[in-house]
Design a binder for this molecule. Structure first.
Ligand code: SF4
Length: 340
């Protein structure tokens, strides 16, 4: 049986890189570690347990882990109780290699091993052995309870994890595994529990929310409708949408429950050129993307529309880049997140 006092009231510090999914994962890690008597602290110097929740998306991700872990070497020499672990996408990719390359580390855990964290930390303390857990769990549906320590008015709720799309520029299918959705029933009960704790707004999270599919066959639009109709949550946001899966049903539900479902849609185009989109394996052409924009604007007048764009995708010509500029002019986004 797991020792409920692994932390002995000492501090845990987590440094978080990357997206909202990682921010949400950090909250889950802290909730789990509080249950075994760790106390979250705001500086590594105050901690007996340090976790780097890593991200693979931006430049030199492995180097960032090496360099942050390196900063803790002296602290570890002075504090024999200090344990240091790495989670997140770099941990999932590198696995045991990280332990070999960064000797100061005690444990490495992948994106599907978060719920094992108290057990892994206990092993790191009790046996002093280096621990790795980075296997993907593939059973469907994926089942969790949202863990939030002090929910404010707004909180994240994971509806699905992983991605099956394999866009050629993206590492997520390799770091988060195959796509798996939580059940509609579990999500409704989770959101009811959050509203009972005072939460007014939820952001439904998934790598591609539009491909959500409950065990009962409910799609993402049905999930939104059920949450809007059957729970007392006041506002619903979601991220991220994939243009190829954004359909009329979702537009209709968004329009019908506009009082609850935020009329803000992030629709990542990535490029305005069909050839580049094909090389990105995005599953839509420029024309099909523009049709989706029209469908959304016709169904939800005044909707806020934002996008992601990649500039300088390998092999992109100046002419192809001009197509992205013309897409921007044609769509007239409310905001753009551009990456190169
Ligand atoms: S849909 Fe999103 S998460 Fe999935 S591979 Fe493409 S960019 Fe990555």
């Amino acid at each position: 049986m797991l020792n409920q006092n692994i932390g002995q009231g000492e501090g845990v510090y987590i440094s978080t890189y990357g997206c909202q999914m990682n921010v949400n994962d950090t909250e889950r890690m802290l909730s789990l570690l509080e249950m075994v008597n760790f106390v979250p602290v705001d500086a590594p110097e105050k901690a007996s347990l340090i976790i780097i929740n890593s991200c693979s998306v931006r430049e030199k991700p492995v180097h960032k882990v090496h360099s942050e872990a390196g900063k803790y070497r002296q602290m570890k020499e002075k504090n024999p109780r200090l344990r240091i672990g790495v989670g997140g996408c770099v941990a999932q990719q590198e696995k045991a290699k990280l332990l070999k390359d960064v000797p100061v580390l005690d444990f490495v855990f992948g994106t599907d091993a978060i719920d094992q964290l108290p057990e892994l930390v206990a092993r790191a303390y009790d046996t002093n052995e280096k621990v790795v857990s980075a296997r993907f769990e593939n059973e469907k549906p994926y089942s969790v309870e949202t863990l939030v320590r002090n929910p404010g008015v707004s909180t994240f709720v994971n509806i699905a994890k992983g991605c099956d799309n394999f866009c050629t520029f993206c590492v997520v299918p390799f770091t988060r595994g195959r796509e798996r959705s939580r059940t509609l029933k579990e999500l409704v009960s989770d959101i009811n529990a959050l509203t009972a704790r005072g939460v007014k707004e939820v952001t439904l999270l998934g790598q591609n929310v539009n491909s959500y599919e409950s065990d009962c066959g409910a799609d993402f639009a049905t999930l939104l409708e059920t949450v809007a109709r059957d729970t007392s949550i006041e506002r619903i946001r979601y991220t991220t949408s994939h243009p190829k899966d954004f359909d009329q049903h979702l537009v209709n539900i968004s329009a019908k429950y506009r009082a609850k479902i935020c009329d803000y849609i992030h629709l990542p185009a990535q490029s305005g050129n069909t050839e580049v989109l094909a090389r990105m394996n995005r599953g839509y052409s420029r024309e099909q993307y523009l049709e989706k924009v029209k469908m959304i604007r016709d169904g939800i007048p005044g909707v806020i529309l934002t996008t992601d764009l990649i500039v300088g995708f390998p092999g992109e010509t100046a002419e192809q880049f001009m197509d992205t500029l013309s897409l921007i002019k044609e769509v007239r986004y409310d905001n753009i997140y551009a990456f190169k």
